[in-house]
Design a protein around this ligand. Sequence first.
Ligand SMILES: [Zn+2]
Length: 53
Amino acid sequence: MVEEKIFNGENYFKCSICGFFYKKEQLAQKCEDFCKDYNGCNLEITKHTVKVN
Ligand SMILES: [Zn+2]
């Protein structure tokens, strides 16, 4: 399940499998689906990750 987190007043969505954060829930969901199915990350998705600290 994608987790929603708030850092500095902004919402971020986390892929529960690889732990990357995204600004868009849709991307985090895609990442999680991919991670689950392929047991690894998709570069096309992970290039959208954001740093949260
Ligand atoms: Zn992921």
